[in-house]
Design a protein around this ligand. Structure first.
Ligand code: HEM
Ligand code: SF4
Length: 554
């Protein structure tokens, strides 16, 4: 993974010292709440319902075991002994004390981590496929591109005060596992007619109050132009994006207002001035970035032999087999598999991980996956390079820590924002709804029979939980001071991205497991061979679901 040079380390060390001074002045009453606000936001510190929340940056979701171990220690010393994996692959701490945040940042800096640009109207963490570099369907590893964007965007003087926050995602695969169509800018690695790899660029996607699927602004861009082109997009946005209304300030609103053709024209015009300028990326820059993501020292396994061993283990142990089927993926190197650790066991808040679990995972990463791990935007963890011969032992270790639920991609592997339990913006709680659904649908055989289903929950229309792009989406709404839940169906975050359609009037919290059950029963009664939930929904439409859910006797 990318290792800081002196320059990177200096930036974050200096930032820790500055923020310590700012915090000291704030706690001594020398800085007002108002003066402290932009300073704390620049360091990832929000003020929330019960306590502040600190969002720690995890560049493109990649972490070392040492970093995870440090997070475990921080969560134990300064917080309540757990952390939360966010849908932008970052890590959030829900209970730090403001006065202790400088110490937390100093601890983070000791393992090359920080919280810079995890909030505020700047370019946020660039996200990517959690299987980057090891996926079988990958054209090229997207992480060097993300790292180049990280270096360029960190403390970029021109883009520190954009109209609103700005999020970029990159994917290098046939399948889109980074939800690039729902980002301010989405980049997909693609080939042109001459089989050269370049970038397909999408712009103006996003969720929140006005969900939009991004539009293609450029079908194929030479990779050397990545930064100059991004700069041109951001300049047009910085100049013309609305600043009078927070809800209309995102780039998606500007692209909609101008139309993609006019927006493209404005970007091309802006780009003319800088196209071959100093931000042009020469091959050496890519080579340097790629060197940070060189493949680990893989052993040469006999693929036939290892798969025979795995087959035998699966035959002996049906529960292990389920886990291998749902929580592991093919790896591009023979004899290895990619393993997803489920942070969605019944009884745990989706995406939360305890200090003990973090320490265990750090140890397992050292032992079985070259000391690295990844966070996923579905709020799980990934060990990317596990020898097939170690899978059984790894699984036993994970089982003992409730990290081996065989539910990846299934109903209970839900995305859930912190909602009213933590978030000051919430209209309703999300965690109890997630827990009630997990408890009702705890039967793993039933879940496997349902097939792939993405259920996403947000506690308000900001859509942190991505409810619009869940196959089933749940949105907390406020009705005269009471918490209610609106359901939408048919969203997708994949290449065939779509936004969910609202089912109808909202429901009470207690009714949610029944409502989901009615939706699932409708699907099961209508599905045709090999169809999954989304296929069935797309074939039959929303009406049959509506009829069942709102039937009088329901
Ligand atoms: C608890 C403190 C949090 C606060 C105050 C907060 C605030 C917000 C706000 C205001 C938006 C609106 C964006 C818009 O205008 O489009 C938003 C969106 C978002 N938040 Fe959060 N959030 C919090 C926690 C989280 C968590 C825990 C996650 C991940 C699980 C998350 C991930 C996101 C994502 C992915 C969006 C994206 C919508 C988009 O721009 O496409 N946030 N958040
Ligand atoms: S969706 Fe709303 S309630 Fe949930 S975390 Fe985001 S801002 Fe908070």
């Amino acid at each position: 993974m990318y290792v800081y040079d002196q320059h990177d380390q200096k930036i974050i060390d200096e930032r820790v010292a500055q923020f310590r001074d700012q915090t000291n002045r704030y706690t001594a009453g020398e800085l007002s709440e108002e003066e402290f606000l932009p300073l704390r936001l620049q360091n990832g510190l929000y003020v929330q319902r019960l306590a502040p929340m600190l969002r720690v940056a995890v560049p493109y979701g990649l972490m070392s075991s040492a970093q995870l171990r440090k997070l475990a220690e921080i969560s134990r010393v300064y917080d309540k002994g757990y952390a939360h994996i966010s849908t932008r692959q970052n890590v959030q701490l829900n209970w730090p004390l403001v006065a202790e945040v400088p110490d937390i940042l100093a601890d983070l800096a000791s393992v090359q981590m920080h919280a810079i640009q995890t909030s505020g109207n700047c370019i946020r963490n660039t996200t990517t496929d959690q299987f980057a570099g090891v996926a079988c369907d990958e054209l090229q590893d997207p992480r060097p591109y993300c790292e180049i964007i990280r270096q360029w965007s960190t403390l970029h003087p021109e883009f520190a005060f954009l109209p609103r926050k700005f999020k970029i995602a990159v994917c290098g695969t046939e399948e889109d596992r980074a939800a690039i169509r729902n980002h301010d800018v989405g980049i997909e690695l693609v080939t042109n007619d001459s089989n050269e790899i370049g970038l397909k660029v999408l712009v103006g996607g996003g969720l929140g109050r006005t969900p939009v699927i991004g539009s293609v602004i450029c079908e194929w861009l030479d990779k050397k132009h990545m930064l100059t082109y991004l700069e041109a997009i951001l300049r047009v946005y910085n100049q013309h994006g609305r600043r009078d209304n927070k809800y209309k300030a995102r780039i998606k609103i500007l692209v909609k207002a101008m139309g993609i053709a006019a927006f493209r024209e404005a970007v091309e015009k802006e780009w003319e001035a800088t196209k071959e300028g100093p931000s042009t990326l020469h091959d050496a820059v890519f080579e340097k970035a790629r060197a940070s993501f060189r493949a680990p020292d893989y052993s040469a396994f006999d693929a036939g032999e290892t798969s025979a061993i795995l087959h035998g283990e699966c035959e002996r142990d049906g529960i292990f087999k389920q886990w291998v089927t749902h929580n592991t993926e093919d790896h591009r190197v023979p004899g290895y598999r990619i393993v997803t650790l489920s942070l969605k066991s019944t009884g745990y808040t989706p995406g939360d991980i305890t200090a003990e679990q973090m320490e265990l995972v750090a140890g397992l990463a050292d032992k079985y996956s070259f000391g690295e791990l990844r966070t996923t935007h579905q709020q799980n963890l990934v060990l990317a390079d596990v020898p097939v011969s170690d899978l059984y032992t790894l699984w036993q270790n994970l089982q003992s820590a409730d990290l081996a639920t065989a539910n990846i991609g299934l109903l209970t592997d839900m995305i859930c924002c912190p909602g009213g339990d933590f978030c000051a913006l919430a209209n309703a709680k999300s965690i109890p709804v997630a827990e009630a659904i997990q408890t009702r649908f705890d039967d793993i055989d039933y879940l496997h029979d349902l097939g792939p289903i993405e259920l996403n929950i947000s506690g308000c229309m900001n859509a942190c939980g991505h409810h619009h792009i869940g196959h089933i989406g749940i949105l907390g709404v406020d009705k005269k001071g009471q918490e209610f839940y609106q359901v939408c169906l048919g969203g997708s975050q994949a290449k065939d991205a779509s936004l969910g359609k609202i089912l109808g009037p909202s429901f009470k919290q207690d009714d949610m497991p029944d409502i989901i059950e009615n939706i699932l029963t409708t699907y099961l009664s209508q599905r045709q061979l090999e169809e999954n939930f989304l296929d069935t929904y797309r074939r039959i439409g929303i009406e049959p679901f509506k009829e069942r859910v709102y039937a009088k006797n329901n």
